[in-house]
Design a protein around this ligand. Structure first.
Ligand code: KIV
Ligand code: ZN
Length: 500
């Protein structure tokens, strides 16, 4: 059967901007509007012009930006609000008025008859000005059914082109939403839309149920932004419509991830990592069983390909990671460890994981580079033990035990800090063997936090002018420096042995 079409009405710039703490400049709103247009939404609700002069300017700019999408402005059922919307040159006005008993009484202080009258005259006013009119009975899902039908019928007869049913405080369930829309549909001719809030985490499910009941349009926001717990998330609604409900939209799903990133950057609202579709972890696999599965056949542990929404799969190195996932991640960036090196990398990753450290891709690469920097035959000098003392009234001191050719050597040194002391102690032991001088030392903390993996990159030179660079990567800066120094000495020594 040919999939049916569902209209995507995006309200990121209106309800989304009502997210606590979010306020966009007119320039930022325009930037988002261009992206939504590229994404393929049918309607962009650009704002609420009567809210402020800046809002009016933003809506006007978006309305005149030559977008393919219809640009809509929100207005209360008041002539002054509708005039403000029309001044912005929009050809689509979304007008609303509360219809639940509690809101009519306490938020509007109006009688039901006055509400019907205001709804009808607003719809007529919009139509008289030649604009497309969408009408919302606010708090519809807590409105007495008979009254809701009366208001909707009156709006339809006044000329409304769409009636939108808001679940303003998000109290519906998928079953009750489907039933409500089905009942309204059997009674009205005008097409129906749904606008669901996420107070119980059901906004997406309720929106989809609304479509099953006969709604042909869904109000959504990027990343599920919106008042309180937000609105139905565009990305979740669209993917579910396409892949689970056999429906069509005009959305170019490949632009979903970049749109989510842009909206998050401009609004300052961070997307939770485990959020469906666009969360950082949505296509990240850590456990060995999963990584092995997705490397061989992605469908084993992915419902759809991340490329469909413009993303890439991520294999995470952590304590649950397996050799396959780690190997695949390294191969993706052109690193091909030997079996021996891979074993050591996996052990180091698991050690970090056991300490409760989250291992990022950058950490993995630093550790791999440090381990792969020395081949097994280059391991002439090995670290057996290290102890450092440092403090305010203490001279930083390090004692180092190295194994060279199966024999143990111990030395202690002082320095300006523990790194300096440890490197001097290593030089003391290896002096007669290698006589290396530290030419360059660079330290990089790869991830945030005081437990970040530190990568030390050094250049060492011996008395014959041989120069090599080497790396070390550990959560402990002294250990990373010692590892880099020993790797450097080993490289110099193997260079010399190869020459002789
Ligand atoms: O949640 C709501 O009821 C609204 C209306 C303005 C449609 O956002
Ligand atoms: Zn809303």
């Amino acid at each position: 059967m040919e999939p049916e079409y569902v209209r995507i009405f995006d309200t990121t710039l209106r309800d989304g901007e009502q997210t606590p703490g979010v306020s966009l400049t007119p320039e930022e709103k325009l930037e988002i509007a261009f992206q939504l247009d590229k994404l393929g939404v049918d309607v962009i609700e650009a704002g609420f012009p009567s809210a402020s002069k800046g809002e009016e300017r933003a809506v006007k700019e978006i309305a005149n930006a030559g977008l393919r999408a219809q640009v809509c402005a929100l207005a209360r059922a008041l002539t002054s609000d509708i005039d403000a919307a029309l001044r912005c040159d929009v050809k689509y006005v979304h007008t609303f008025i509360s219809t639940s008993e509690v809101q009519m009484k306490y938020a509007l202080n109006m009688t039901p008859e006055q509400v019907i009258e205001a709804a009808v005259s607003s719809v007529q006013y919009i139509k008289d000005h030649g604009a497309f009119c969408e009408f919302s009975p606010m708090d519809a899902t807590r409105t007495d059914m008979e009254f809701l039908k009366r208001v909707c019928k009156a709006a339809e007869e006044a000329g409304a082109d769409y009636i939108n049913i808001p679940d303003t405080v998000g109290i519906m369930t998928p079953k009750s939403m489907e039933k409500l829309i089905r009942e309204l549909k059997s009674f009205l001719k005008v097409p129906l839309s749904v606008h669901c809030h996420n107070d119980f985490g059901l906004a997406v499910a309720n929106s989809l149920a609304g479509v099953e009941g006969g709604a042909t349009q869904i109000h959504v926001t990027v990343n599920g932004l919106g008042e309180r717990a937000g609105n139905a998330a565009l990305e979740e609604v669209v993917l579910a419509l396409h892949l689970l409900y056999n429906k069509k939209t005009k959305i170019n799903t490949r632009l979903i991830y970049e749109t989510s990133k842009m909206v998050s950057r401009l609004t300052g609202v961070v997307v939770q990592p485990n959020k469906a579709i666009v969360g950082e972890n949505a296509f990240a696999h850590e456990s060995g069983i999963h990584t092995r599965g997705v490397v061989v056949k992605p469908i084993t542990f992915e419902p759809f390909s991340p490329e469909l929404i413009g993303r890439q799969r991520k294999l995470i190195a952590g304590k649950h990671a397996g050799r396959h996932g780690i190997k695949a991640t390294l191969e993706e960036v052109g690193l091909h460890p030997t079996e021996e090196q891979l074993k050591e990398i996996v052990e180091r990753i698991k050690e970090l994981g056991d300490k409760g450290k989250m291992v990022t891709d950058a950490d993995l690469l630093a550790i791999a580079r440090a381990i792969m920097g020395t081949t097994a035959e280059e391991k002439i000098v090995e670290l057996a033990d290290l102890a450092v003392i440092t403090g305010v009234r203490v001279i930083p001191t390090a004692s180092v035990k190295l194994i060279i050719d199966g024999k143990e050597y111990v030395a202690a040194e002082t320095g300006v800090g523990p790194v300096d002391a440890a490197i001097k102690a290593i030089q003391k032991i290896t002096d007669s063997l290698a006589n290396v001088r530290l030419k360059e030392y660079r330290l990089e903390a790869l991830t945030g936090g005081s437990d970040a993996v530190a990568e030390v990159i050094i250049k060492v030179e011996d008395k014959d002018g041989n120069i090599v660079s080497a790396r070390g990567a550990r959560e402990d800066i002294v250990m990373a420096s010692v590892e880099a120094m020993i790797n450097g000495i080993n490289k110099i020594l193997s260079k010399r042995f190869r020459k002789t």
